[in-house]
Structure formats: structure tokens, C-alpha cells
Design a protein around this ligand. Sequence first.
Ligand SMILES: Nc1ncnc2c1ncn2[C@@H]1O[C@H](COP(=O)(O)OP(=O)(O)O)[C@@H](O)[C@H]1O
Ligand SMILES: [Mg+2]
Length: 259
Amino acid sequence: METLLEVDGMTKSLGEGAARLVIIGGLSFSARAGEFVSVAGPSGCGKTTLLMCLAGLYAIDGGAVRFEGRAVTEPPPGISVVFQDYSRSLLPWKSNLDNVIFGMKRTGLAEADKRTRAGELLLAVGLQGYEGHYPWQVSGGMQQRVAIARGLAAQSRLLLLDEPLAAVDAQTRAELQDLLLDLARRFNQTCVLVTHDVDEAVYMADRVIVLTRRPTRVLAELEVELPKPRDQLATREHPTFLRLRHEVVTLIRSMRQNA
Ligand SMILES: Nc1ncnc2c1ncn2[C@@H]1O[C@H](COP(=O)(O)OP(=O)(O)O)[C@@H](O)[C@H]1O
Ligand SMILES: [Mg+2]
């Protein structure tokens, strides 16, 4: 299958002068078209920094990021990001519907088609009846659904997800995991999900990439050969799930001991 995203020996430092820190220390992985890749790593290891580089929002220092075979030097059409902090990424002066329409600004669709499609996306994320509300008038879980709908609205081939479910309650989190998997399949989207939650990383993915602590690199890659569609009970009780979870937790623990 086509390689959609390639990261090759990428390095990135942040901060100025003496405070400059190497965050990403030569990181390589790739994602094939249609694949769901989870990137798991401890808090502070550089996951958000990595996504910012993949999205072309940060310039990299060394190595390469290629999307559809071309070097990423600015945000390319074809990549969307759902940020961790949805309360700051949604526009408070726009309705939920207009926030989703905002996500389509590079699609070239006619205005009427944008409205129709935005309505369909809000329906798909279970927000029918809330199109005219503003983000601050709905719950955190609902705001994150708007952000996910907006991410999908761009009709990008690659969706980058930065711990999109970290701030919602456990029940909503399980629902949104299944919703994301369903939408990714229906819209044939390649996804890279960054998370510090090992269970979520394994549950969602075709492949899990485990990162080291800062300066971060790839510590391990694990194929997730679990039946689809995933199921909150059956998948999490599956021997393969338990084995993979055990392996990833052991890897993360080994890094702590090497400190
Ligand atoms: N603008 C910045 N300048 C300097 N250091 C930063 C900056 N942004 C993040 N960092 C540091 O980089 C490290 C990785 O941050 P981040 O990518 O947000 O990690 P993660 O998303 O894995 O929690 C952290 O130690 C953080 O303090
Ligand atoms: Mg982060």
C-alpha cells in the first residue's frame, strides 16, 4: 500500500539561547494510506511537538518529513489536525456549524455544499440540534465532537490527532473512540493519534509506535492484529490486546528504570 507519510531521522529543538532543548532526537516512522497509527509516549516526551512538525506548523531542524512524497515545509493541503485543547482551537464567535464550515476553507466547495456537508458531519458526530449553538454553550465532550467534525470537514487524507480525548469523562471517551474509528473508516482517512494512554493507543490502532523520553526517538513498533470493528468489551478482553498492552507498559516502565 502507498506510503502517505514518511518521517526520516527528524530532529527538532525548541526554546531560545541557553534554554534551547532538543525535543526530537532523530525520529523515523511511516504511515501507509488508510492506516491508523497510534503514537504512545510519556507526558513531556515531545508528542505535540512531533505533530506540529508533521503538520508543517513547526519547521524541523534536521531529517525529513514527507507527505505524499513531498517535503512538508508549510501546512500542506491534505493534512488536518485536531488539537488537544479544543476549547482554544474552536472559534467562540462562530456557531458549531460555522466552526465546521471554517474547516472547509481550502476545499473549494460552494457555500451551499459546505453548509450541507457541515450539517452531515455534525449529524455523524451526534450533534444534530446543536448546529446553531456556540461552542461555549455545549459540554466539553460536545466541543470535542465539533473539533473532530471540523477536522474531518477538510476532507484531508491525513488526520493528526493530539490526545483529542484526554479531557473528557470515561464514558464519553469510549464513545468518541468508537466514533473516531467509524468515521476514519467511512471517510477512508489515514490517522496518526498521539496519546499517553496505552490502552487507547492499542484499542484504536493498526500499529503502535512507542516513543522514548526526550529527546524522543522510536523505541518500538508493534503491529496490532486485533479483529475489526473494535469493541469496547471484546477487544479489551482479547488475549492479543492484553499481550500488547503488557508489552507497551513494560517498554515504558523500562525507560523509567534506565533514568
Ligand atoms: N516552545 C517551547 N520552548 C521550549 N520548550 C518547549 C516548548 N514547547 C514545549 N517544550 C518542552 O518540550 C517538551 C515536549 O513538549 P510536548 O511536545 O508538548 O510534549 P508532550 O506532548 O509529549 O507532552 C516538554 O518538556 C516541554 O516542556
Ligand atoms: Mg502534548
